[in-house]
Design a protein around this ligand. Structure first.
Ligand code: GDD
Length: 404
């Protein structure tokens, strides 16, 4: 039906951004919808066509980091199988090793996955004493807890993955949660990252995904919700903060809590990371604080400009529901990161306190504690870290570079 030339022309069809907010060197584009995962080429001013060839080129330079803690093993298995073959995978686990050794199950899944698919992958446990030794070796002890091991947390797992990606000299890094029920959606997310990275003109770019829908069971029926409870609130306050700075009301930010996101390594290497559930909102706060006012130490990045793309996926997002406590924790950490930003004025602080009180998350502003910040990995020697990790780790499963 198609000859080779036709196949080369297949592309992802995505809306061109209609609008963007700019603050200093930071440009945040409006949401761009994925219109078709594979289409023939149709270039118009309102559409972007990213060819399969362009996407494949980016995938080769992209490493996917999967943080995992105590997820159903079938979910992790499905997520792994969905990652495009060209992307190397780094799994950083903090799963239980106590009564039931979940990490052992993950190790079995990773080994089987590699045996069958030959997909380059590595796995390591966050609490491996060898990892703490390696962090000490490179002078990054701020990631360690009171027991001298790496702290619990998704951010700590993400930063560990970043350091390994730095060693691998990859250009792009994408994060994918391990609790996704639909492998097909995961495959799209990684391709959406690549499409966003293809659209960026700056080497300092970030791609944040916005779900088309998040299905829920409501009165025994499937209901396709557009907004998560926390994301709606986080976005509102991030937009207010941005509006305070520009003097123009805006609703541009729609991905305040985007767990699924990707970045150029150049950007990921200079960014600080926040912890708990504040990882994603803090990324925007960090960029606005660092690059929004012309006071940055990163002149190269400021001159190149920081581009933030927000892409609406075609697939809905179905992940593990973790309950009310989780939702409150997410609201607390997200709003606290905005509350404590130096860009936040008194009016915004008052509104945040009211929001947290009305949602019964806090009773007084004294409870709004600052989230812990992990400094950037810019000065860390990735090679030294990996050398020590290989020598001292006892959980490292490496099918990335020596094919064992
Ligand atoms: N390595 C590691 N270490 N991974 C962890 C840890 C940890 O201590 N804690 C959680 N994870 C993994 C989970 O297994 C999952 O793959 C991913 O991190 C996110 O899980 P949760 O932290 O439980 O978050 P969530 O699923 O409720 O929320 C997700 O979506 C939010 C937006 O809706 C996350 O991506 C959030 O970061 C995001 O804000």
């Amino acid at each position: 039906m198609f000859d080779d030339d036709d196949l080369r022309c297949f592309s992802m069809l995505i809306e061109a951004p209609r609008n963007a907010e700019i603050l200093g060197s930071v440009k945040i584009y409006d949401v761009q919808k994925v219109l078709k995962l594979e289409s023939s080429e149709l270039e118009t001013p309102l559409l972007r066509c990213i060819t399969n060839e362009e996407i494949e080129e980016v995938l080769e330079r992209l490493v996917v980091i999967i943080p995992v803690k105590n997820e159903k093993i079938n979910l992790l298995d499905g997520v792994l199988r969905a990652i495009p073959q060209k992307c190397k995978i780094i799994v950083v686990s903090n799963s239980s090793r106590m009564k039931q050794d979940l990490f052992k199950m993950e190790e079995d899944v990773v080994r089987r996955f590699y045996r069958v698919t030959k997909h380059p992958i590595m796995l390591i446990h966050q609490k491996d004493p060898g990892m703490a030794i390696s962090y000490k070796e490179v002078g990054f002890s701020s990631i360690l807890d009171g027991d001298g091991l790496v702290r619990d947390g998704k951010a700590e797992g993400m930063v560990t993955g970043l350091l390994i990606a730095k060693y691998l000299k990859k250009d792009f890094v994408g994060f994918i949660d391990a609790d996704n029920y639909f492998p097909g959606a995961v495959n799209e997310y990684v391709r959406d990252y690549a499409a966003g990275l293809c659209m960026s003109k700056s080497p300092y770019a970030m791609i944040r995904l916005h779900w088309k829908h998040k299905p829920k069971i409501v009165k025994r029926k499937l209901y396709f919700k557009k907004w998560g409870r926390v994301s709606e609130i986080t976005n509102r306050y991030l937009n207010l903060l941005l509006a305070n700075q520009t003097g123009f009301e805006t609703d541009i930010i729609k991905t305040g809590n985007a767990g699924e996101h990707a970045m150029t390594m150049k950007l990921a290497s200079i960014m600080n990371f926040s912890t708990g559930y504040s990882i994603e909102p803090y990324q925007l706060i960090y960029l606005l604080e660092e690059f929004g006012r012309g006071e940055t130490e990163y002149a190269e990045a400021a001159n190149a400009g920081i581009e933030v793309f927000q892409i609406e996926t075609l697939n809905p997002h179905l992940h593990e529901e973790k309950g009310e406590k989780h939702v409150k924790g997410m609201m607390m950490d997200s709003l606290s990161t905005i509350f404590h930003s130096r860009l936040t004025n008194k009016y915004l602080k008052t509104r945040i306190i009211e929001e947290l009180k009305s949602n019964k998350v806090v009773e007084s502003d004294k409870e709004i504690k600052k989230n812990l910040i992990i400094p950037s990995i810019k000065d860390i020697d990735g090679k030294k870290f990996m050398k020590k990790l290989e020598e001292s780790s006892d959980t490292f499963v490496n099918f990335l570079w020596n094919g064992n």
